[in-house]
Design a protein around this ligand. Sequence first.
Ligand SMILES: [Zn+2]
Length: 145
Amino acid sequence: MNRETEIPPIAPGLFSLPPGQGEPNLLGGYCAACDRRFFPRPKYCPVCLEPASEEGLGSRGTLYSYTVVRTRPPLGLPQPYGVGYVDLAGSGLRIFCLLDPDAIERYRIGLPVRLAVDVLGHDGRGAPRLRPYFTPVGQEEEGPQ
Ligand SMILES: [Zn+2]
């Protein structure tokens, strides 16, 4: 990914990008009053209505389920593209998210994935935007756990 780009994210508060080559961090919400986490971050906890603070949710997870969308894509997404549910490591959250459109042939249930952020599609006005998506952990990274 080219981090020198000035291309803005599709929405604020979805991820943070460390300088250099560090992994992006998915951002969600945490309610201290009822010890629940959410993605994306709500302003207020939907369970108890207390304010939800921003919390990093990490960058690693496991693909729980997925599908490949082959119909005409919205917002400049590639055709086909993938979406799925990822079980995030650590937080216990299962989130609905975009999957790497260049790795469709590698999707399988239980696949270790990591967060990536790159220019993917555009906004409603046709301007390119950064989007977070999950990509298979490279075979060189899987190794023994
Ligand atoms: Zn709450």
